[in-house]
Write a new protein. Sequence first.
Length: 230
Amino acid sequence: MESTEIRRLVELEDTHWWYRERRAILRKELRSLRPGRALDIGAAGGGNTRVMLAAGWEATATDFSEVAVEVARERGIDAVWADARELPFDDASKDLVTAFDVLEHIEEDDRAAAEIVRVMRPGGTALIAVPCDMRLWSQHDVAVGHVRRYTRQELVDVIVRAGLVIERVWSWNVLLRPVVAVRRRRSTGSDLEELSPLVNTGLSMIVAVERHLPVKSLPGVTLFLRARKP
């Protein structure tokens, strides 16, 4: 992701419906885990890292962008530059590893998945999110540096090959998928942008409602995966 995109993301992530709801998902997943040492890969400005810190985790943010690392540090977050394919952390040193919107940027996603497993302690948890379905591929994906969008089976295969046990895979942003599909067909670049308060509130309400509906097995815009290390 370009430096300008990182800066834009950081400006938006506190209020934008997309990032707010993803933080809500993370908070929900953390409730079932005992706090320990966490690693947030591809953390950008550290929005998700701050969720972990607030929940009592000793969390470190990493990103391939030096700008992202700088921004995270400016926000008081322990952040280090790192290539997800070669993490600068000891084996079995983390209780939790998150990688939200990371694997789709990396040609050698198997290497990144193997590194996630390497730094996890036995019994540790991985939370991963990726964009799904190449039918949604657009200039937005090109602008933000994606090399692929995943099917459910493709994501599972990468994680299982790395050595993790899948606990759950689910779709997110199901209700808004038709809207996203139309928007992406017309896209000429990244759709990271500030929305009017009314539109932002309306979209927030829709994705919040989705939490309580039995739609997680239907096609969405994003796939979430939770796995553990044996």
